[in-house]
Design a protein around this ligand. Structure first.
Ligand code: NAD
Ligand code: TYD
Length: 352
């Protein structure tokens, strides 16, 4: 008899990072059945997965992780072996205007998945895994020096990071209390193809194309550690297959940029790509009101990922940024679709 395939539930697979993870797993592991569960909120987009949607080992489930009954029913029906949980509300600015939406999806939604996994697996945890994808923002903010390690105490400052911290705590608590097998990875800021243009890099790319102001919060000297999204997907693949049960791994780009310096570099590259004279895009830079509770600096010590799992980023920021810009310029239709209608409403409210 043919051995039944391992069934992997990937939540949030129609989003930015999730779509790269789904593509990698569907293409690399024909021996797995991949179930992409996504509600298709404003951030989810099946256009991200057109190239793999007809693969035999790919299935799409349009479900809300906040619907506990639906999640239980799915686990009962499909008996997933492993979960990679990415579905979340993911934008800090939106968490400031609607914090409760973040508690619902990021905390309650995660709880629904944890409960369903525990109840389905409780008699036999062998070869089961709840892999929770989290962020470095749970650690709060750094000063001028230092790096976040896996031992850095949680100290979240935004409703987004507080909701992600809470979900991390619940995953760990289910590991301690019910022995649920889990892995958590906390990653720094991602950039790359398919990112929704509410986040800094695609928002600026879109605004440069449209000759619109580039909104820089505060003094622009806030620092982020940027990682190319495909390098994150590769790290997730490694942690999923070779990570140790109940471990946390930090994933980062070893690539710190002050926002204003990053935007200046982006402007330079875009001027060349769009045949504009040098300095033209930079004229769009506009300092605007700061984000409340804005974390000064994030930076990751990814030494454990490197030492234990042999992972390191594969592209430089200059390479990754050029790939990203080329992708947005080549996918005008995608950008047009996601920036019409409700995006404009969000944009006007956020930046007016
Ligand atoms: P995203 O906003 O692009 O995608 C989120 C996906 O989740 C979307 O497809 C959306 O439709 C889906 N979703 C939202 N609510 C849902 C619900 N109730 N039920 C089912 N699906 C729902 O986010 P992203 O940037 O790809 O981030 C993915 C994960 O990685 C998140 O957990 C985020 O916290 C984490 N993360 C993101 C970054 C980053 O820089 N983007 C860095 C570290 C960690
Ligand atoms: P963002 O992409 O929202 O990611 P995060 O807040 O999760 O780090 O923002 C990255 C940095 O860019 C952050 O310091 C806030 C800043 N920023 C701006 O200056 N202007 C903007 O319009 C946005 C969206 C972000």
């Amino acid at each position: 008899m043919e051995k039944s395939k391992i069934k992997i539930l990937i939540t949030g697979g129609a989003g930015f990072i999730g779509s790269h993870v789904v593509r990698l797993f569907v293409n690399k592991y024909p021996e797995y059945e991949i179930f992409n569960l996504d509600l298709l909120t404003y951030a989810g987009n099946l256009e991200n997965l057109r190239d793999i949607e007809h693969h035999e080992n790919y299935h799409f489930l349009k479900v809300d992780i906040n619907d506990g009954q639906a999640i239980n029913d799915l686990f009962r029906k499909y008996k997933f072996d492993k979960v990679i949980h990415l579905a979340a509300e993911s934008h800090v600015d939106r968490s400031i205007t609607d914090p409760l939406a973040f508690v619902k999806t990021n905390v309650i939604g995660t709880m629904n998945l944890l409960n369903a996994a525990k109840d389905t697996w409780k008699d036999d945890y062998d070869n089961k895994l709840f892999y929770h994808i989290s962020t470095d923002e749970v650690y709060g903010t750094l000063g001028e020096t230092g790096l976040f390690t896996e031992e850095t105490p949680y100290d979240p400052n935004s409703p987004y990071s507080a909701s992600k911290a809470s979900s991390d705590h619940f995953v760990r608590a289910y590991g301690e209390t019910y022995d649920l097998p889990f892995i958590i990875t906390n990653c720094s800021n991602n950039y790359g193809p398919n990112q929704f243009p509410e986040k800094l890099i695609p928002l600026c790319i879109n605004n440069i194309i449209e000759n619109k102001a580039l909104p820089v919060y505060g003094d622009g000297k806030y620092t982020r550690d940027w990682l190319y999204v495909i390098d994150h997907a590769v790290a997730i693949d490694m942690a999923f297959h070779n990570g140790s049960n109940k471990e946390t791994y930090n994933i980062g780009g070893l690539n710190e940029w002050q926002n204003i310096e990053l935007i200046q570099l982006l402007c330079e590259v875009m001027d060349k790509k769009l045949d504009r004279s040098a300095g033209e895009s930079a004229k769009l830079i506009t300092y605007v009101k700061d984000r409340p509770g804005h974390d000064k600096r994030y930076a990751i010590d990814a030494g454990k990922m490197n030492k234990d799992l042999g992972w390191k980023p594969s592209v430089t920021f200059e390479e990754g940024l050029e790939e990203t810009i080329d992708w947005y310029l080549d996918n005008e239709e995608w950008l047009k679709n996601v920036t019409s209608g409700r995006y404009q409403e969000y944009y006007d409210k956020q930046y007016s």
